[in-house]
Ligand binder design. Structure first.
Ligand SMILES: Cc1ncc(COP(=O)(O)O)c(C=O)c1O
Length: 361
């Protein structure tokens, strides 16, 4: 058995070991088919069964109500930054953006190519270290877009943003999809790259209201219209079959584990332990404001860039990988998505304690 280390990568990220083992078994032959999962035609019976099961699990685990389509697309969440306004925003209309980090900034910038945008709130004044308590919306936005978890800055919306009744809410949930229970019915569209909580990179999951699909522009290239993918069960062209298969395995693992309520509780406990340690530490400090802290990406600093670098280097040597913070925040970031084991959080806390004992003032 290969020795695995604690992987705090922000994405692609750690996957459940049991999922990787099952995938390995099916690489040479998916079940008894004699053909590996990577080699099956997307039109064949074997893959269609995988697809149907994954789609059903997306619905069951996420509590996706009737009236929503599940789509598996490509191009990453970054493609959704432009595909959404391309479909729904015209030059004389306004879309509202809640700007809580670099990813929402990017989404808003792309929207400006197609129509007007209004910044309903922004936490840029404090380097995106908090989630704004209030927002101010434009008069008639065609939609309001928010990023539920800000991967880089370690903040997360504690609940739904306060959007006026009747405004279609769109969420980039790339870094907290299915990490806690979600109310899909409050959204017109939720999208997420799978590579943090749900599987490998290469597939973007969309939960989209049927009525919104119909509203999309009709003069776009075929591949950029949501209706194309909706009509063809995400198989207008060749879908990312292996990524879809893995998403299915991860969802089965979540379901067996007690579903989103249990996963959410565990994620809360994992992050809670880490924040509790940081809050009493005299060396380390969490960078996100209390009340806005992410359960997925815990960002922290010592306040001394050299000491941060020393910590990261010592951590890597001790088998804790991927802890270096994003350059826009500096310091450290521990990404502890669904599949990151609680034992790894405990081990990190021990390591932090020892480092503090040796390097604290
Ligand atoms: C919140 C968020 N949105 C969007 C993206 C971009 O996703 P992709 O690389 O799948 O385009 C990321 C990537 O880390 C992210 O964290």
């Amino acid at each position: 058995m290969t020795q695995r280390i604690w992987n705090f990568s922000a994405g692609p990220a750690v996957l459940p070991e049991s999922v990787l083992e099952e995938a390995r078994e099916n690489l040479l032959s998916l079940g008894k088919t004699g053909i590996g999962i990577l080699e099956h035609s997307h039109r064949g019976k074997a893959f269609l069964a995988v697809y149907e099961e994954t789609e059903a699990l997306v619905r069951e685990v996420g509590g996706v109500p009737a009236g929503y389509k599940v789509l598996f697309l490509q191009g990453g969440a970054s493609t959704q930054f432009f595909q959404i306004p391309m479909n729904f925003l015209s030059p004389d209309q306004t879309a509202d953006y809640l700007v809580t980090g670099s990813w929402s900034e990017k989404a808003e910038e792309e929207a400006r190519r197609f129509g007007k945008t209004h910044i309903a709130c922004s936490s840029q004044d404090k380097n995106f270290s908090y989630i704004p308590a209030t927002s101010s919306f434009s008069e008639k936005p065609v939609y309001a877009h928010y990023t539920s978890n800000n991967t880089i800055f370690g903040t997360q919306w504690p609940g739904l943003p306060p959007v006026p009744a009747g405004v279609d809410l769109i969420c980039d949930a790339s870094s907290d999809i299915y990490s806690r229970p979600i109310d899909v019915s409050k959204h017109a569209l939720i999208y997420a790259g799978a590579q943090k909580n749900l599987g490998p990179s290469g597939v973007t999951l969309l939960l989209i209201r049927d009525e919104l699909i119909e509203r999309g522009a009709k003069n776009l290239p075929t591949m950029l219209q949501y209706r194309t993918h909706a009509k063809n069960e995400s198989m207008y062209n060749t879908p990312p079959t292996f990524a879809i298969y893995l998403v299915g395995l991860v969802l089965k693992w979540i379901k067996k584990d007690g579903g989103l309520p249990a996963v959410g509780e565990r994620n809360q406990r994992k992050a809670g332990k880490l924040y509790s340690y940081l809050d009493q530490s005299k060396l380390f400090k969490a960078t996100a404001a209390v009340g806005s802290r992410s359960q997925m990406n815990v960002t922290f600093v010592t306040g001394d860039a050299d000491l941060d670098a020393k910590f990261c280097s010592a951590a890597t040597k001790a088998g804790f990988d991927g802890l270096k913070g994003h350059r826009s925040v500096g310091g450290m970031r521990a990404s502890i998505y669904n599949a990151f084991p609680e034992a790894g959080v405990d081990a990190l806390i021990e390591f932090l304690k020892n480092f503090e004992a040796e390097n604290g003032k």
